[in-house]
Design a protein around this ligand. Structure first.
Ligand code: SF4
Ligand code: SF4
Length: 402
């Protein structure tokens, strides 16, 4: 609350400095006039918030990876909200460029750090996209992406959906690797199961892992997302697990924040949290690794899930490991470019953002460690010379080396 008041203090200060007539007019307009700008029909988009966006010094645009990469005001958080408002209210034609703009976003919440209203533009855009779906205005390539995902149950066409461990048994601990781990960073899943086995954890996996559904939710395909939720909840129930561990922060966020918690009464943890617990219980034994890494905070993990200390604590337990910190770290981290499905909606922009972040990280070290298979994949694709490892891979190296 105090944080919110502090963020809004400049408004109070500006208001106090104006004369009485202006003050009265401003307050009256703010409280009443906006009603005439808000359409009566019900929508998913939060029109009130779209209107309020930019009633501020607009500083968030300097932290927005999309506007910094595009160098354009229309791609800034407030720019997108203005176009969204005009699209929602029919004040502009739904041109291809205006609609494409609604998908130029990594849903990283960097804007939320600045925003006096606490807006996450990424989240506000999801409401706008839901309305575009209802109006049949979604770009054809995204409709095709959704159809393929519904058919394959993974975002990777022809991709694998299982660790093939022949687990599919009942256990208190369930490990969900996620589509990107299974298909783009298999080493992460392999390291994780090796660590679990070394620690003597009795765990299970799903015989067929369906995508968590986040891509569908983020792109506004709510009905389709619901089908994935129902399938996954039933599959999880059959395992009788009490804890689920995830390699992918996006999967963890989706299960924890977007699935109905009344139907999912289990503890959910990121692998970094689970590994830290294993270390504290003395189940991983000594670890040693004389190497240097810079840690990249995945934005979903550090901002949306507020998990920033646990991966660092894990790495501090590996003796001789030198951990570097970049200026933009923890809650001030920068996105890898693959958030918000930008890799699907605008691959070129997504890879530009990844390259920008790699350059920042390289100022500290040529070896990156992170805790998200999607970030790691994006960095590897952005710079094939840089070393990128997941926290699970570094732990395993540390165990083998000790
Ligand atoms: S969520 Fe991230 S990408 Fe989207 S507007 Fe905010 S800062 Fe920019
Ligand atoms: S997201 Fe918040 S800080 Fe950024 S322009 Fe909109 S109102 Fe201002």
């Amino acid at each position: 609350m105090l944080e919110k008041i502090k963020k809004q203090f400049w408004m109070i200060d500006a208001l106090l400095k104006t004369d009485f007539t202006t003050k009265k007019q401003l307050v009256t307009n703010f409280l009443t006039a906006k009603k005439k700008y808000i359409p009566k029909e019900k929508r998913d988009a939060n029109i009130d918030s779209l209107l309020k966006c930019a009633l501020c010094p607009n500083m968030c645009r300097f932290d927005c990876p999309v506007s910094m990469a595009e160098k354009s005001e229309s791609s800034s958080p407030a720019g997108k909200m203005k176009i969204a408002y005009f699209l929602e209210t029919g004040k502009i034609q739904p041109s291809e460029s205006a609609i494409d703009l609604m998908y130029k976003d990594v849903n990283c919440d960097a804007c939320k750090q600045w925003c006096p209203f606490g807006f996450s533009i990424g989240e506000l855009l999801i409401g706008v996209r839901n309305d575009l779906v209802k109006k049949g205005l979604v770009p054809e390539r995204l409709v095709q992406f959704k159809e393929k995902l519904e058919e394959n149950h993974t975002i990777y066409e022809g991709g694998i959906k299982s660790l093939c461990l022949d687990k599919n048994k009942k256990s208190k601990v369930l490990y969900i690797a996620g589509c990107t781990t299974l298909n783009g960073r298999r080493e992460v899943a392999d390291s994780t199961v090796t660590i679990l086995e070394r620690a003597g954890i009795d765990y299970t996996t799903l015989s067929e892992e369906w995508c968590c559904g986040a891509p569908l939710y983020v792109l506004g395909f709510r009905d389709s997302f619901q089908k994935f939720v129902n399938h996954n909840l039933n599959a999880i129930k059959e395992t009788e697990c009490e804890t689920i561990i995830f390699s992918c922060p996006e999967c963890l966020y989706t299960f924890k924040e977007l699935y109905p918690q009344s139907r999912l009464k289990v503890e959910m943890q990121h692998t970094s949290q689970f590994f830290l617990k294993l270390i504290e219980e003395g189940k991983l034994g000594p670890m040693e690794l004389d190497e240097e890494y810079v840690f990249h905070d995945p934005c979903i993990l550090s901002r949306k899930l507020e998990i920033a200390e646990e991966p660092r604590e894990v790495l501090k337990n590996i003796s001789k490991l030198k951990l570097k910190e970049t200026y933009f770290n923890k809650k001030d981290t920068k996105c890898c470019g693959s958030g918000g499905m930008l890799g699907v909606t605008d691959q070129k922009l997504s890879s530009e953002i990844a390259k920008d972040r790699v350059l920042e990280l390289k100022e500290c070290s040529n070896s990156i460690v992170s805790a998200c298979p999607a970030c790691e994949k994006a960095f590897k694709e952005a710079d094939d010379k840089i070393k990128v490892l997941d926290i699970s891979e570094v732990i395993l190296k540390g165990i083998k080396n000790a």
